[in-house]
Design a protein around this ligand. Structure first.
Ligand code: SF4
Ligand code: SF4
Length: 561
């Protein structure tokens, strides 16, 4: 941003320079562990007997369930509708019968259970409505294309799961300078994007063309890490078939985490996304290659997001590979497709060893953001050791790609100083795990950051709820006061409107009432002054009363001079 708060466009020279790349702070060069699995072609996973579809598979609000147990559903049918702007629908990944809508374990760092739709598949894999293919998307307005992407339930498939339509709609005031297609699969073990680019480069490229049509960026870069020469060659060949002068394939060095959105933008342009800001604020939008392919299927073939490519790997899996699985497939089923577990398997993770997290059961389903199922042995990934106190070595700071102070963040997150942790830009942490990887004290730093973020979100949610309750209470009081004032005004108006005989009648009535009240008052006074009945008095009482009356009559006599 410049001093006037305007969006600063990306430097043209930087984009047009073919060789100029930049470095972000920190990062690590990690062993890849991809050799075997990267060469395995994509395999279609068989339909599982049951699909488990969580209502929330993305950042934002959970979807609203549209089906009940007993309902028959078709492949591609919307079974849960979005509940807000940052919310996405869920579709049946295959045909069958809904047998339950209930809480089930879902892939989450806190081993959550959450509402899911359970479908017993019928094996027919029957599509509901006929596709309405749309090969010439250029005839449609951009808003309609965005709506179609939303209806297809597409979220970022690189891991974050941000609704794609919302990201595309977030335009910078001066438009988009650069569209980055992220093919940088930087985390060890994972190679699903690599295989996608090798085997379906045309689909990815068509998706890129649609995104270009929607965003109208001045430049477009497909970024691929330098350990994927086959994918790079496939994308270059596909790109040559389209006459797009502003589209380039760029190879970037293998440094973890270059695949992070902010880090990749820094590498390609030298520019920093502002803290707490979005890439669109500096005129850049980043989309994953898998997301581009999903956009192509949604727009051209009218297919919602019901499957994705994942890598199933680790020494705990007998035949690691890359699978195209239906969303909702239990992990166990995907591992069985790859020959099942080896006898030494120790733990199961969703994601890679750096950003992934352990799951406690293999009944959890593949969701839209699952890019890898990693079954590891003890030898391959020893269990976490007991953490020791921080020795202030500063190694975590040296490797942090977000240029944060992980040690300070740790102290404040640990001691519950959440405001201070935010002052240290906690929310700029991308949870890459570099700091924990190098920490000689084996402190599980990322867990502290995740916990602190979750705590802040919970507090904000509670504050929002209590603010809403307070505002409701204040509105109620204001409504009651308004009603009271309106009532008084109505009475005053009515009185004003009663003039002439009616008003005189009211006055006469009032006079009668007041006269009656006056007579009662006088009668009472007279009764107080009247001589008392002395039949039941003692002689002493009788004497006192006579004395009082004599004194009163003496007092009432006119004075003689
Ligand atoms: S790397 Fe670990 S021990 Fe060293 S300063 Fe960071 S938190 Fe402390
Ligand atoms: S996990 Fe966060 S604090 Fe640690 S290195 Fe990555 S970005 Fe920095």
């Amino acid at each position: 941003m410049n001093t006037e708060g305007e969006m600063t466009p990306v430097n043209e020279d930087i984009i047009n320079s073919r060789d100029q790349l930049y470095r972000f702070h920190g990062g690590l060069v990690l062993p890849g562990h991809r050799e075997v699995v990267a060469s395995r072609p994509l395999q279609a996973a068989v339909i599982p007997p049951q699909l488990v579809l969580p209502l929330k598979q993305h950042i934002g609000e959970a979807a609203e369930c549209l089906v009940s147990p007993g309902d028959a559903v078709f492949k591609g049918q919307m079974i849960a509708a979005p509940r807000g702007t940052i919310s996405m629908p869920v579709h049946a990944s295959s045909s069958g019968i809904v047998i339950a809508v209930e809480d089930r374990p879902v892939p989450h760092p806190s081993s959550l259970i959450a509402p899911c739709i359970i479908i017993e598949t019928d094996g027919k894999d029957e599509w509901g409505e006929a596709d309405t293919p749309l090969p010439d998307y250029r005839q449609l307005p951009v808003e309609r294309l965005l709506q179609r992407i939303r209806e297809a339930g597409i979220v970022g498939l690189g891991g974050a799961g941000f609704p794609t339509q919302a990201k595309l709609a977030h335009r910078a005031p001066k438009g988009i300078d650069l569209l980055v297609i992220n093919g940088v699969e930087c985390e060890p073990y994972i190679c699903c994007d690599n295989r996608l680019m090798q085997e379906r480069a045309d689909e990815v490229l068509e998706g890129v063309r649609i995104l270009q049509h929607i965003l109208q960026p001045r430049h477009c870069i497909i970024a691929i890490e330098d350990h994927m020469p086959e994918a790079e060659a496939a994308m270059r060949a596909a790109a040559e078939t389209v006459a797009a002068g502003n589209l380039r394939v760029v190879r970037v060095p293998e440094i973890y985490p270059t695949g992070g959105e902010r880090q990749l933008i820094k590498v390609l342009t030298g520019r920093e996304v502002p803290s707490q800001g979005f890439p669109a604020d500096i005129g850049v939008i980043c989309q994953n290659v898998g997301t581009a392919a999903a956009v192509y299927r949604a727009i051209v073939h009218d297919q919602p997001l019901i499957s994705r490519i994942i890598t199933v790997t680790g020494a705990g899996v007998r035949e690691p590979g890359n699978l195209e699985v239906l969303i909702g497939t239990p992990f166990r089923h995907a591992v069985e497709t790859c020959g099942g577990y080896s006898s030494e398997v120790d733990r199961l993770l969703m994601g890679g060893p750096m950003m992934g997290f352990a799951v406690t059961t293999d009944e959890v389903p593949v969701i839209k953001t699952t890019n890898c199922i990693l079954a590891v042995t003890r030898e391959e990934m020893p269990p976490p050791v007991h953490a020791r106190p921080c020795i202030r070595c500063g190694k975590c700071t040296a490797v942090c790609p977000a240029d944060l102070l992980p040690q300070q963040l740790y102290w404040h997150a640990r001691s519950g100083n959440l405001d201070t942790a935010q002052d240290y830009n906690l929310f700029d942490c991308i949870e890459c795990g570099c700091c924990a990887y190098v920490c000689p004290s084996h402190i599980p730093l990322v867990q502290y950051y995740r916990h602190a973020k979750a705590e802040i979100w919970t507090q904000e949610k509670q504050k929002k709820a209590s603010d809403i309750a307070r505002r409701r209470h204040e509105a109620r009081l204001a409504r009651l006061e308004r009603a009271r004032l309106e009532r008084s005004e109505r009475l005053a108006e009515r009185k004003k409107s009663l003039s002439g005989p009616a008003e005189q009648a009211i006055d006469a009535k009032q006079a009668i009432i007041e006269g009656a009240l006056e007579r009662v008052r006088k009668k009472k006074e007279a009764a107080d002054l009247a001589p008392k009945n002395m039949d039941n008095l003692t002689p002493e009482q009788e004497r006192m009363i006579r004395e009082i009356e004599a004194r009163r009559s003496h007092k009432d006599r006119p004075t003689e001079h």
